[in-house]
Design a protein around this ligand. Structure first.
Ligand code: NAD
Length: 268
C-alpha cells in the first residue's frame, strides 16, 4: 500500500510510521508537515527512530499524490478541510484521524466523498470501536432517568476539548436514546444549578502523558453503570488507522467509519 502521511512528525504521525514499517507492506510515498516544522527535509524513518527510508518530510500535499493510494491525516483541524479538497481533486482516498473538526470540515468531507472514499474516525482503536457499540446499546436499554456523563482524560498537549472520542461516545449515546446530539454540555459548574434532565454531559481532565481515557457513566438512582476504555499506547490508534487505510483504498466513493472496517461480533 502506497501511503502519504499528513502530520508526519507528530506523535501520531510517528506512531503510524513505526507501525507501518513493522508491518512491512506499507510504502510511504509522501510525508507532509506544516511550513516551518523542524522535521521538514528530514527522513521519515530516522524521525521515527528507525533506519532511513528515503522519504523526506515536505509541505505540499498535492505534489506527492501522483503515486499515492491513500492519505492518512493526523494533523490539525485547520489543515484537514483543505486536505479533503486536495485528495478529492487528485482522486486519492483519505483516512482522517484528526479531531476537533467543525461543521465546515464535515461539509468538505461530504463534498469530497462524492469523488473519493473518506473515513473520519476520532478514535481508530479496536477497543473504542467496540465501546461505541456498547454505549449505543446501553443508552437504548436503560431508562431515560439514568443520567449520562462522558468523562475523558488526555495528556497536557492535547489541543481540543472535549476529545473527539468523547463527542463520538456522546453521539452514540444520543443515537441509542433517540435524542438530538449536542456537543456543548461541558461541565464547568461555574454557573451553578442542578444538572439539566436528559442532558449528556462531558467532563475533561488534562495533564501528564495520558494517551486517552474515556468513561461513559450511566447514573441511576441507587446504581451506576460505567463503560470505560483506557489507551496506554498510541500504537493501537496507529494500527487501526493503517487497517482503515487498507480497507479504504478498495472502496467506492462515500463516507465510512471504523465500524465499517472492524466487523464486531456485537453486530448481528
Ligand atoms: P501532534 O501535535 O503531536 O502532531 C500533529 C502534527 O501535525 C505536527 O507534526 C504538526 O506540525 C502537524 N501539522 C499541524 N498543522 C499542519 C498542517 N497545516 N499541515 C500539515 N501538518 C500539520 O498531535 P498528535 O497527538 O499526533 O495528534 C494529531 C491529531 O490526531 C489530533 O487532532 C489528535 O486529537 C488526533 N488523534 C486521533 C486519534 C485517533 O485514533 N483518531 C488518536 C490520537 C490522536
Amino acid at each position: 500500500m502506497r501511503v502519504v502521511i499528513v502530520g508526519a512528525s507528530g506523535r501520531m504521525g510517528l506512531a503510524i510510521t513505526r507501525a507501518a514499517l513493522e508491518m512491512g507492506d506499507v510504502m510511504f510515498v509522501g510525508a507532509i508537515d506544516r511550513e516551518g516544522a523542524a522535521a521538514v527535509g528530514r527522513d521519515l524513518g530516522e524521525l521515527a527512530g528507525l533506519p532511513a527510508i528515503g522519504t523526506r518530510v515536505t509541505t505540499d500535499l498535492a505534489a506527492v499524490l501522483t503515486d499515492a493510494q491513500v492519505v492518512i491525516d493526523f494533523s490539525s483541524a485547520s489543515a484537514t478541510r483543505g486536505n479533503l479538497t486536495i485528495c478529492a481533486h487528485a482522486g486519492v482516498p483519505i483516512v482522517v484521524g484528526t479531531t476537533g473538526l467543525d461543521a465546515d470540515v464535515y461539509s468538505a468531507a461530504d463534498a469530497a466523498a462524492q469523488h473519493i472514499p473518506v473515513l473520519i474516525a476520532a478514535n481508530t482503536s479496536l477497543g473504542v470501536t467496540l465501546l461505541l457499540e456498547l454505549v449505543r446499546q446501553a443508552a437504548r436499554s436503560l431508562p431515560a432517568d439514568f443520567d449520562i456523563e462522558v468523562v475523558e482524560a488526555h495528556h497536557r498537549h492535547k489541543q481540543d476539548a472535549p476529545s473527539g472520542t468523547a463527542l463520538a461516545l456522546g453521539q452514540a449515546a444520543s443515537e441509542g436514546r433517540g435524542t438530538a446530539f449536542r456537543r456543548d454540555a461541558v461541565r464547568h459548574h461555574a454557573e451553578g444549578g442542578a444538572r439539566p434532565v436528559g442532558e449528556i454531559g462531558y467532563a475533561v481532565v488534562r495533564g501528564g502523558d495520558v494517551v486517552g481515557d474515556h468513561t461513559v457513566a450511566f447514573l441511576g438512582a441507587g446504581e451506576r453503570v460505567l463503560l470505560s476504555h483506557q489507551a496506554t499506547d498510541r500504537a493501537i490508534f496507529a494500527r487501526g488507522a493503517l487497517r482503515a487505510a487498507k480497507f479504504l483504498f478498495e472502496q467506492v466513493p462515500g463516507r465510512y467509519e471504523m465500524g465499517d472496517v472492524i466487523s464486531l461480533k456485537t453486530k448481528t
